[in-house]
Design a protein around this ligand. Structure first.
Ligand SMILES: CC(C)(COP(=O)(O)OP(=O)(O)OC[C@H]1O[C@@H](n2cnc3c(N)ncnc32)[C@H](O)[C@@H]1OP(=O)(O)O)[C@@H](O)C(=O)NCCC(=O)NCCS
Length: 237
C-alpha cells in the first residue's frame, strides 16, 4: 500500500487521514501529529491591506483569498478536467461534454443575476488568482422563486474549507442579487463531503429520492436538501 507524503500509509502530508484511501476503510488508526505549516502571506477578502495568515494544522487556511468570478472561454478546459476527476464521476450523473461544448455553456451562463429568464448562472472559484472550481445556480423558477445550486472543486484543493467558503459566497450572492426565496441541492447519498458541506451552510435535509441518479450504470439514492432565505449560515472568510 502506498504511503502518503508524510510517510504514513493512509495519511496526507499534513497528518490528516486520507478519506477514501484503502487504509481509511479498515480498522481505526491515527495519523502522526502534523508539523505546523509555515506562515504564508495571504490577502484577506474585502480587506484593502495585505495581511499575513497562518495555515492551520488541520489544513485549513485563515482568511484565504477565495473569489467568485465570471467565467471566460479559457475556463472550459479546467472545468472539463474537474468534471472528469474520480470523485465527480463517482457521485454525479455527469454528462460527457467536450471543452468546446463547455465553453459554449459558459457563454450562456454568465453570472448576471438580473438577466431575465436565464436558467443557469455560473461562477469560477478563484483561490489566490488560480481557478480551482465552479459554483452555479440552475433550474431557476422565477415564478415559484426557487432554484438549485451546484458546486465542484478541483480535487487538489479539497478538504481545506474552500468548498464551504465558495458555497457560502454563492448563497449570499444569490439572495442579495435576486428575490428567490428557496434554494435546493440534490446530493448522492454516499457523497459525504457534499453532505457535510451543505449542512454546514444551513441547508436542511428534506427527503430521500430513491434511486434518483443513474451513475455509471447503477441507480443511486439521492438526498434532497432545502434552504429558505434567512436560514443560511455565514462563515468567516
Ligand atoms: C463537495 C466538495 C465541493 C467539497 O469541497 P471541499 O472544499 O473539500 O469541502 P470543505 O473542505 O469545505 O469541507 C466541507 C466538509 O466536508 C468534509 N469533507 C471534505 N471532503 C471529505 C471527504 N472526502 N470525506 C468526508 N468528509 C469530507 C470536511 O471535513 C468538512 O466537514 P466539517 O465541516 O465537519 O469539517 C468537493 O468534495 C467536490 O468538489 N466534490 C466533487 C464534486 C461534487 O460531488 N460536488 C457536489 C455535487 S452535489
Amino acid at each position: 500500500m502506498e504511503a502518503g507524503k508524510g510517510g504514513q500509509r493512509g495519511c496526507d502530508k499534513r497528518g490528516r487521514r486520507r478519506f477514501g484511501h484503502r487504509a481509511s476503510l479498515g480498522r481505526a488508526y491515527r495519523c502522526r501529529k502534523a508539523k505546523r505549516p509555515q506562515t504564508t502571506p495571504l490577502r484577506a477578502i474585502g480587506w484593502s491591506v495585505i495581511v499575513y495568515g497562518n495555515s492551520l494544522a488541520n489544513g485549513r487556511v485563515m482568511n484565504p483569498l477565495i473569489e467568485l468570478i465570471a467565467p471566460e472561454p479559457k475556463h472550459a478546459k479546467h472545468w472539463h478536467v474537474w468534471r472528469n476527476q474520480p470523485l465527480s464521476k463517482l457521485y454525479n450523473p455527469m454528462l460527457d461534454q467536450t471543452p468546446d461544448q463547455l465553453s459554449e455553456r459558459l457563454s450562456r451562463s454568465q453570472p448576471d443575476l438580473s438577466a431575465g429568464a436565464q436558467q443557469e448562472f455560473r461562477w469560477i472559484v478563484h483561490y489566490s488568482g488560480e481557478p480551482i472550481g465552479t459554483v452555479s445556480l440552475n433550474e431557476v423558477s422565477y415564478r415559484q422563486k426557487h432554484g438549485a445550486i451546484g458546486y465542484h472543486l478541483d480535487e487538489r484543493f479539497h478538504q481545506r474549507g474552500f468548498g464551504r467558503i465558495a458555497v457560502s459566497m454563492l448563497i449570499e450572492r444569490i439572495f442579495a442579487g435576486t428575490d428567490l426565496h428557496r434554494l435546493i441541492a440534490t446530493i448522492s447519498a454516499p457523497n459525504i463531503a457534499s453532505i457535510k458541506l451543505i449542512e454546514a451552510v444551513g441547508f436542511r435535509r428534506e427527503g430521500l429520492l430513491r434511486e434518483h441518479f443513474l451513475i455509471g450504470g447503477s441507480y443511486v439514492d439521492v438526498f434532497s436538501y432545502g434552504l429558505l432565505r434567512g436560514e443560511e449560515t455565514t462563515h468567516q472568510r
